[in-house]
Design a protein around this ligand. Structure first.
Ligand code: ADP
Ligand code: MG
Ligand code: ZN
Length: 523
């Protein structure tokens, strides 16, 4: 282990292991299958990168986003590590360089998109290459229950068996018990060792507030963090654009980010956000996976989060330097009403449970952190810093303190009269649209009526493409893939779809073009 630590210092330039890393690296070096649950920012990439440098090589890394792979490979190459990726986002010469490294048996880390993994050529190549370790990053993408479900992730375990079921490590920061069970069932050939690092992030103070007016409410949070960076999550692309624009007009260094923007704008905005110390990213949930900015001081939800797992991921992007940070979620009355209606109408128990959990979290009186951690399967003490904890402490204090607190609240109310009341309440459609009506499709996934309609069209188009390509429809794209595509926001379709399917195959590329045209035509 001394030699391993020396490599850690020499190649990565780190002073030592962070909490939780050492045991896991040891387990990997001992040949165990590992399932590691660690919060965002804990340093999960190191768990498979370091073994690759001390003899457990080659490592095949499955990662969901091309941009995530690219970032890691750039960083590894800068440290002199032989790493490469195979994916459709690469230039042909990149893929050629990577293949040459594989042929020469020089490669230590090979990153592969899950869609690529499923191709027969890739499986043959991996069977020849005989990886020592298979690493699945963002492993929650395996689970149907997770908000990032990726159908091809669900097949990784089965495919891995076809190239020899190598030693496996899966890492994720999202793991409600149901998601964990899925990961374990679908990914592992043998029973893995579990490592669960506490998900508590005591430096993040959570509060939930009533939303009166999105702009003034969010602006209030930003005012409390003048000159600092933060992320504001909105429920829809339109709301994101509007809010970013309004904030920018008011002198905030705010930038929009959602999958409907072209790739150049997205990456320019992301770069600026990473580079500046006082930048506010106004974004849909499309933003954040793999973002490593240490000094994010607040994460604000202008709309209710989709699920507790999603919420945990999103607020986890704050305070990664360990310094105090704040998470504020706003809930509008409209959102509550839509939420309640959706909960009653839902066909699927799983989604209803998720909504009930968001409800418990936002409406409950218990410590917010304890509620979140409980949902993630962890028992925790009260945090002492969330709004509910602070309220309770006020009541438990002496009467004089109570009176003082009440005066404070009164003053706040009065000042709010002058600041908040002047603006009219706005209709909040994004939430109700998303959840209003839900249908069940044959694979058990829930879709809105609109999405179900799109799915039916997509299936018909897939049949046409399959006929032209002389393939079976399921060979062109699995049903589950079509379901995922039908779920995409039509305005974001082109950008998101290319992250989901690997368009290297001509039939898939044709299908993608056809679905894009269809989506443009109908939206
Ligand atoms: P995760 O995937 O768990 O969110 P990452 O692997 O992206 O986390 O690592 C988060 C950050 O922590 C990165 O900047 C990484 O370089 C850094 N890091 C990882 N391990 C260590 C360590 N032992 N010492 C110092 N920094 C580390
Ligand atoms: Mg990571
Ligand atoms: Zn608390």
């Amino acid at each position: 282990m001394d030699a391993v630590e020396a490599t850690l210092r020499r190649v990565f330039g780190f002073a030592g292991f962070r909490a939780g890393q050492r045991e896991i690296v040891e387990a990997v070096l001992a040949g165990d299958d590992v399932f590691a649950l660690m919060p965002t920012g804990a340093g999960k990439s190191l768990l498979y990168q370091l073994p690759a440098l001390v003899g457990v090589a080659p490592v095949v890394v499955i990662s969901p986003l091309i941009s995530l792979m690219r970032d890691q490979i750039t960083a590894l190459r800068a440290k002199g590590v032989a790493a490469g990726a195979l994916n459709s986002g690469n230039e042909p010469e990149d893929n050629a360089t990577t293949l040459a490294m594989i042929e020469a048996r020089k490669i230590r880390l090979l990153y592969v998109a899950p869609e690529r993994l499923a191709l027969d050529d890739t499986i043959d190549m991996l069977a020849r290459m005989r990886p020592r370790l298979l690493a699945i990053d963002e492993a929650h993408c395996v689970s149907r229950w997770g908000h990032d479900f990726r159908p091809d992730y669900a097949r990784i375990g089965e495919i891995a068996r076809r190239f020899g079921a190598p030693q496996t490590i899966a890492v994720t920061a999202t793991a409600a018990p149901r998601t964990r069970a899925d990961i374990e069932d679908l990914l592992f050939y043998r029973r893995p060792r579990h490592f669960v690092h506490s998900f508590a992030r005591p430096n993040i103070a959570i509060s939930v507030r009533r939303r009166r007016h999105a702009l003034s409410d969010v602006a209030g949070v930003i005012r409390g963090h003048r000159g600092e960076s933060g992320i504001v999550y909105c429920g829809s692309r339109a709301a994101t654009d509007q809010l970013a624009h309004a904030l920018a007009e008011n002198g905030v260094a705010a930038l929009p980010y959602h999958a409907g923007l072209d790739a150049a704008t997205r990456s320019a905005n992301q770069d600026e956000f990473l580079a500046r110390a006082d930048s506010v990213m106004v974004a849909t949930i499309a933003f954040g996976m793999g973002i490593d900015k240490k000094d994010v001081r607040f994460v604000c939800h202008a709309d209710l989060p989709h699920s507790i797992e999603a919420y945990y991921q999103e607020i986890g992007r704050a305070g990664r330097d360990g310094l105090p940070a704040e998470a504020v979620a706003f809930v509008s009355r409209m959102a509550w009403m839509a939420h309640g209606a959706a909960q009653r109408d839902l066909a699927s128990d799983a989604r209803a449970d998720e909504l009930a959990a968001v409800n418990d979290f936002a409406r409950g009186f218990d410590c917010r952190w304890r509620t979140v951690l409980h949902y993630l399967g962890e028992r925790a003490e009260t945090c002492g810093s969330c709004d509910n904890c602070r309220r309770r402490m006020v009541w438990l204090r002496k009467p004089q303190a109570l009176a003082r607190a009440a005066r404070g609240v009164f003053t706040q109310r009065v000042s709010r009269l002058f600041t908040g009341r002047a603006v009219e309440a706005e209709p909040d459609e994004s939430f109700s649209l998303e959840l209003a009506h839900v249908a069940r499709v044959d694979d058990g996934a829930e879709l809105t009526v609109e999405q179900a309609r799109r799915l039916a069209r997509f299936k018909a188009l897939r049949t046409q493409v399959a006929r032209r390509s002389r393939m079976a429809p399921a060979q062109v794209a699995a049903d589950a893939t079509l379901v995922t595509l039908a779920r995409l926001d039509p305005s974001d379709f082109s950008a998101r779809a290319r992250d989901i399917v690997d368009a290297a195959d001509p039939a898939v590329a044709l299908l993608l073009r056809t679905l894009e045209t269809e989506t443009e035509r109908t939206s």
